[in-house]
Design a protein around this ligand. Structure first.
Ligand code: ZN
Length: 461
């Protein structure tokens, strides 16, 4: 059904609201165009103020832009939805004055106090919406006008500042008579492993901190009903992310919302995939270069596909703000002046911070489009995870994504070939040919495994 609706053409629709529409059978040829209009309609990342201590309660005020907003004395605000990249300062007096508390995630005011220690519930009279403050970082850069090899990251700086920190997590463990749900310790273990992965891949910018957990009994074996019951029964928390863990056999897939994920087990890559959506990533798709056929979510070099993986792919790592300026090299000007360029890349691997001066990616800004092509070597060596050989070169088409929100950074694998390939490979109007590599062999379980340290590519138009 996802293929029928060509969701890869609209990565912002995948999972989240879209998967709900698909699962409820709305994704038919007859109503797809109407459905697509609805789902694509711009939704401003607004602040919503709600009337009771439940994230699903009635909205009493919406604030779509920065500024100071006043609430009626009788408004009785008890919950605030805060979009990623915004902060909201709640005040006990009008005109954004008096006792206050600043929040950066969806916040339950029943468990929130002003600076004085007084409860904020029903006591907010005004609130100010601002962008999250952006602090200087080697991973947050702008390209100066003369820097012809610099690849701009168009992800919103406040969003990057909001996700690249210690993110708080609440676990809601759903139980159902006759079904088995993973134990809390197992769930915490998987989230701990995910945090360890993020710490390395993000260069110690992002980690996860479980601050609360709750068991919630549901009574329905219907996937959508069980999820709704869990949302109604769970105490609304002020965590950045809420992880709902489903009883076995109730839902056929895991999925993600804007600040929450539903997981049907404790498979690590499932967690990395769904939390990836919350961070703003969409799916890693594959286009067959000979037939043009698209395989949705078929890219095994990213957790954002359906296959076992070791990392997100390079366009996604760049989008998340996890690469430095000098690690990604734009090649348009070199090709424009010489007709071709040669570039030596080191493998991305875990994306751990490195003192190796070689870049990890080359980028071709595809002329006349809002897309770019990332060329990278995802793995130094074959592992037990998947069949990607060390040194294999991938070319991914990705949107520049200026001002994107939601699950936006989807990719299309346009080419994939070995470091020892003797052919040229076309992708998005350029031709890529490996012309050299460095490698050595190590013994793993009695087998000799080749470990690549660099691959040199000749790229022409
Ligand atoms: Zn997904």
């Amino acid at each position: 059904m996802v293929e029928t609706c060509l969701t890869y053409a609209h990565p912002e629709l995948e999972d989240g609201v879209f998967i709900d529409a698909v699962q409820s059978g709305q994704c038919t040829a007859a109503n797809w165009s109407v459905l697509r209009e609805q789902l694509l309609a711009p939704r401003p990342p607004s602040v919503f103020v709600r009337e009771s201590c439940n994230g699903g309660s009635q909205v009493i005020q919406e604030a779509a832009s920065n500024g100071c907003y006043t609430l009626a004395p009788t408004a009785g605000a008890s919950f605030v939805d805060v979009p990623v990249g915004k902060t909201v300062t709640l005040h006990a007096a009008g005109d954004c004055t008096g006792d206050s508390v600043t929040v950066e995630t969806d916040t339950n005011l029943c468990e929130t106090s002003f600076g004085s220690g007084a409860s904020a519930n029903d006591k907010v009279r005004s609130f100010r919406v601002q962008d999250v403050e952006v602090l200087p970082s080697a991973h947050r850069y702008d390209c100066a006008s003369g820097e012809s090899t610099c690849v701009e990251n168009y992800n919103n700086a406040s969003r990057l500042a909001a996700i690249n920190k210690k993110l708080t997590v609440k676990i809601v463990r759903m139980t159902l008579d006759g079904k088995t749900t993973p134990a809390l310790t197992t769930i915490k273990n998987t989230i701990g492993n995910l945090s360890d992965y993020y710490a390395v891949a993000s260069r110690n910018q992002l980690s996860l901190d479980v601050i609360a957990s709750q068991n919630v009994a549901v009574t329905s074996t219907n996937c959508a009903t069980a999820k709704t019951q869990a949302r109604q029964k769970a105490t609304s928390s002020s965590a950045f992310l809420t992880v709902y863990v489903l009883p076995g056999g109730v839902c056929s897939t895991s999925n993600a919302g804007s600040r929450s994920v539903n997981l049907k087990g404790t498979l690590f890559r499932d967690y990395a995939h769904e939390v990836g959506h919350v961070l703003g990533l969409a799916h890693g798709n594959v286009r067959d270069p000979s037939t043009g056929t698209v395989k949705s979510s078929g890219d095994s070099s990213t957790y954002m596909g359906i296959f076992a993986s070791d990392n997100y792919n390079l366009p996604q790592l760049h989008w998340l703000g996890w690469t430095k300026k000098e690690e990604i090299v734009k090649i348009n000007s070199a090709i424009a002046s010489n007709g071709f360029t040669e570039i030596t890349l080191r493998p991305v691997g875990s994306n751990a911070d490195s003192t190796n001066p070689l870049p990890i990616g080359a980028v071709w800004e595809i002329p006349g489009t809002d897309q770019r092509l990332f060329i990278a070597v995802p793995k130094p060596r074959l592992t037990g995870t998947n069949q990607i050989e060390g040194g294999t070169v991938f070319a991914y088409r990705a949107p520049k994504c200026v001002g994107c929100t939601g699950m936006a950074m989807g990719t299309m694998q346009m080419a994939r070939f070995g470091a020892k390939s003797i052919n040229e490979h076309e992708a998005s109007g350029i031709f890529i040919k490996p012309v050299g590599y460095t490698s050595s062999f190590v013994q793993v379980d009695g087998q000799s495994v080749e470990v690549f340290t660099s691959v040199t590519l000749r790229v022409r138009q």
